[in-house]
Every structure is written in C-alpha cells, then in structure tokens.
Design a protein around this ligand. Structure first.
Ligand SMILES: NC(=O)c1ccc[n+]([C@@H]2O[C@H](COP(=O)([O-])OP(=O)(O)OC[C@H]3O[C@@H](n4cnc5c(N)ncnc54)[C@H](OP(=O)(O)O)[C@@H]3O)[C@@H](O)[C@H]2O)c1
Length: 330
C-alpha cells in the first residue's frame, strides 16, 4: 500500500471545495490498471469541476483531473503490463472516477490508450482532451466532405486549448483559418499558429441574427455554443460543416431549419467522452503523425502540481491562452 498525494474535490452542504490530501492508493476507484501519473492537464471542464462553477462532478469525493499520462505499475488485464506508457482521457475520469490529479490512478483497462511511440508523456498531456477533441472534430468534418478548397474554416474560442490546437491542425492541413477571439491582443499568437484572419468577438452582432446571413464559412469548430453557434449556423456556406464542441458562451442556441434545408449545412456533435476505442486509438495515432500540431511547445505552459489550486480561475474567466500541463510525477 502506498500513500499518495491527490487533489480531491468534495461537497459539503452543496458547496464544492477542492484541496490536496493524502490517501492510500488502494482507496482509489476500482480498475484493472494502476498507473503512476507523470502529467495531467487543465481543461475548461477541470476548472468547472474544481471550482464548482459547473455541477459536473457525479461522485463526491472525487480526485480531479480528466486527463493523465503515465506508466503502468500493475495490470490485471493482459492488454497492459508494468512499464507501459499510457494515456487516459475522458470517460468518467475526474468527474465520476478518481482522476489524474494524483500520484497514482487506477482505471478500467477499457479506458486506457497505449501512448503512440511518436509522442512523449509530456506531449500527450500538452494535447490532452483538448487536442483529442480538436482532432476528432477535424476527422469528423473531413469525413463529411470538408476540404481546404471548400473555403475558410472558422475556429471560435480561438486562444483556448481546443481552439489553439484546432487552428494549428487546420492550417497544417492547408485550410485558410479564421480565428474568433475575445482577446484581440493575441493576434500575433493566433497568426503564429496559422490563423490568417482574426475576428474580434465583440464585432459579431448577435442582436439580430437572420435565418440566413452572408455565407462565409466552409467549416466551423465551435467552442462557444450559445448565440455564437446560432450566428455560425446562419453564416455557413452551401454544404458547410460545423463541429459543435463547447459551451463557454452558453448551453442554449436558437436557429431555424433554413441553414440545414436551404444550404445543406451539417451540424456535427463532437463528444470526446465516450468515443468507441477503435476510433479513439485512430485519432490518437493521427495526432501523433499526420495531424500532429506544429506549435505544441509554443502553446503549452507547464505548471508544478503545487500550483494547481491557483490555476483554475483564469479558465473560468476566459483568460487562458493555449494549453496548461500539470507536472505530477514528471
Ligand atoms: N465536446 C467535447 O467532448 C469537449 C471536449 C473538450 C472541451 N469541450 C468544451 O470546449 C470548450 C473549450 O474547451 P477548452 O478546454 O479549450 O477551454 P479553454 O482552454 O478554457 O478555452 C475556452 C476559450 O473560450 C473563450 N471563452 C471563454 N469564456 C467565454 C465566454 N464567456 N464567452 C465567449 N467565449 C469565451 C476564450 O477564448 P477567446 O478569448 O480566444 O475567445 C477561452 O480561451 C469548453 O466549453 C469545453 O467544455 C468539449
């Protein structure tokens, strides 16, 4: 039995709080694979969970951290053996099953992905759920016919984790990319990632969105939801494809059927949480090879495990840029 340091989220009288604690690794949630965690990361969902801003934890107490990379210590499943480098993201991790903000994690073998040989444990968490989701969005959009020659692809929430990686992926594949951002001051950063057009979020008039606006976008990776998704739906070109990924601006959106039946617009729902394992492995393989972002180092900062509690507020306030990796064991 080993005592391990974890960052655990608790609820008391409907109030959520999170803090470092020590626990026995045997008290972690059950699973066949015990992993020594090297790195985790921070996604918007982690910030919602740790601050209680979004009531997304389904089991209290819960060790936070929806992502982790590390090395297998023990395995009761023949697919993994001690010493294997692995990645685990999504499923119930960090919201209903003890997650990656811990020196060790115990996981069902069905949730564990072997680390592609082209990636380091650090690369895997620089990508994390954000990279996986951006890549899943691009893969699904291209399966639906999106090609660089169709026109411009827009990425909303551009400076965030999913947004930064999506811009890098799309521009690396030859797309002309527009970046919609609330941070006009990050124009240089967004252009370095490959965006060719920067649109200030404040310049979008959400007060009167018509069923069909001027057609502008062949593809859209949407991290905002809410009225921005309504605006995107109305602004797509013929046969345009939207990947609906996030909700930082809101859960609800209004639209009419006009974009769908008069322009053949396709709205794809992207759920990184429960992608079937064959597709999950394929997307990770592509992230490590032909979809590998070219500017991962540039968009990633690494923080120490100790710095975790102070890092969440910036995500809730929409102030972050790029990806944040948490060095747990390192
Ligand atoms: N569907 C899935 O499986 C899946 C997987 C991963 C993430 N997500 C969701 O995708 C979204 C992005 O995730 P992330 O990890 O990239 O988050 P993130 O790193 O926190 O980035 C979110 C970005 O959205 C913009 N933003 C923040 N607050 C906003 C507001 N109130 N109104 C409008 N824009 C705002 C900001 O970019 P700018 O300042 O540049 O505009 C911010 O940097 C989140 O909603 C997350 O829950 C979904």
């Amino acid at each position: 039995m080993a005592r391990i340091r974890v960052f655990r989220i608790r609820e008391n009288e409907k109030k959520v709080s999170a803090a470092f604690e020590d626990m026995d690794h045997q008290d972690l949630d059950k699973g066949e694979v015990l992993v020594r965690v090297a790195y985790s990361g921070i996604n918007y969902k982690d910030a919602l969970a740790a601050t209680g801003t979004g009531r997304i934890i389904r089991k209290f107490p819960c060790v936070g951290g929806i992502d982790l990379s590390g090395t297998v210590v023990e395995s009761g499943d023949t697919r993994f053996k001690p010493g294997d480098a692995v990645i685990a993201t999504s499923y119930d991790i960090g919201v209903a099953h003890d997650g990656g903000y811990a020196e060790m994690a115990r996981l069902p073998a069905d949730w564990v992905v072997p680390l592609p040989q082209e990636l380091s444990l650090l690369d895997a968490m620089a990508l994390g759920t954000a990279g996986y989701t951006a890549a899943l969005g691009v893969v699904r959009m291209e399966l639906n016919g999106l090609k660089p020659e169709n026109g411009t692809a827009i990425v909303t929430g551009a400076t965030g984790g999913v947004g930064s990686i999506a811009i890098d992926l799309l521009s690396g594949r030859g797309y002309r990319v527009a970046a919609l951002t609330g941070k006009a001051s990050e124009e240089t950063y967004l252009k370095e990632l490959g965006a060719t057009e920067i649109i200030d979020r404040k310049s979008v008039d959400l007060s009167k969105i018509r069923p069909l606006e001027k057609p502008r976008w062949a593809g859209a990776i949407d991290n905002l939801g809410g009225e921005y998704l309504s605006w995107l739906a109305s602004s797509m070109q013929m046969s345009g494809t939207i990947a609906s990924i996030g909700l930082t601006a809101g859960m609800d959106f209004k639209s009419t059927v006009a974009p769908f039946i008069l322009r053949g617009v396709c709205l794809l729902g992207i759920d990184s949480g429960f992608t079937p394992m064959p597709l999950r492995r394929e997307v990770w393989h592509r992230l490590a090879t032909d979809l590998r972002p070219r500017h991962l180092g540039q968009m990633t900062r690494i923080i120490a495990f100790d710095e975790l509690p102070g890092a969440f507020a910036a995500f809730i306030e929409g102030k972050v840029r790029g990806r944040t990796v948490v060095k747990v064991g390192g």
